[in-house]
Design a protein around this ligand. Sequence first.
Ligand code: UD1
Ligand code: UDP
Length: 377
Amino acid sequence: MMNKIKVLSVFGTRPEAIKMAPLVKKLIENEVDFDSKVLVTAQHREMLDQVLDIFEIVPDYDLNIMKHGQTLGDITSEVIKGLDGILKEFSPDIVLVHGDTTTSFAAALAAFYNQVTVGHVEAGLRSGNKYSPYPEEMNRSLTGRIADFHFAPTKGNEENLIIENIDRENIYITGNTVIDALKSVVDEKFKFSQAVLAKLDFENRRVLLLTAHRRENIGEPMENIFKAILKIVQEFDDVELIYPVHMNPVVQNTAQRILGSEERIHLIEPLEYVPFANLISKSFLVLTDSGGIQEEAPALGKPVLVLREETERPEAVDAGTVKIVGTNENNVYDAIKLLLTNKKEYEEMANAVNPYGDGETAQRIIDIIKKKSNFNR
Ligand code: UD1
Ligand code: UDP
């Protein structure tokens, strides 16, 4: 009888958890082929636990590292230290990491130090600027340098890896598991249980959905974004702005200070994934510096203005549904105003665009791991 493949899936933040959930669920279900364990670093605590609850994932290991005001060095060193013993104890055939967080990079490095094979889910996205997104661009590149298998969402992502001399044979175009996750939660008949959302009139008001949290935007760029948005809400009286504020205290303070006292601006706690995905689908427009939302909103036919100077996700920009507007106050203001006042511009952006797969990405990755199961141990 063939031995089961021992897989350790490692993640720590909200977006990794959402995108790893479809894969982890399938690995756990398939007891014939896999001995699957989940390790959370808990680089995020509450925002991670929200996702674990929704997808009913109970981690086998929890490093519980989050501290308020944690530095990149704190996260990196805690993850490497925490993983070392577990890698020795469980002795996985492969460690799966996701994307571009410091959890992902540090986990890949810890696996390498223990000579364990690394599979990189959501590999090959590049902005080309090492400081934007910061530190994610470098986290993802370094993880790619370490990884043995690269699960690239798109052809463009594969090309980025080939340019960096990654062996073609180890790159697989799989789509993005974000579509698997999204398909499992969006429902036209969805009703919100949060009072502020339940009483919003989505038919007669224009609801703008904002998220902003990026490290490189903290400080002046974020202030500029918020000031532009405040002006918009004050100018258009049929606009309501919903902002589920990231738990980073610096982000919370800035949001409260600039946006906190306008009646039609609703600063709320981070939403669970199911209401959040359904909120995208009911909104008029999405304003964001998030990575994942640049993939989800286009799939739901919502125009996205990206509050960053560049993106490692050019696919929906090329298709016309996503626009990069940067963080200059006037530019952000002008870009939102254009979509509120020019129907043609809005209609041109409001197309369902999904370059990120068919919702079967998790299964595809699992089939590849099964085929490649002659790992060196
Ligand atoms: C992290 C990732 C970023 C990802 C983002 C998703 C890194 C370096 N950054 O950034 O790539 O886009 O997550 O949201 O890997 N906090 C809580 N509770 C939580 C989560 C965060 O209180 O559940 C607070 C803590 O005070 C924490 C701070 O937020 O210190 C910052 O968290 P951290 O993970 O360091 O950075 P993010 O900006 O969340
Ligand atoms: N998200 C969520 N609740 C929120 C805000 C975002 O569930 O209040 C989801 C969103 O749908 C996406 C992911 O979290 O799947 C994006 O996370 P985030 O913006 O924190 O990180 P990034 O994608 O920028 O790394």
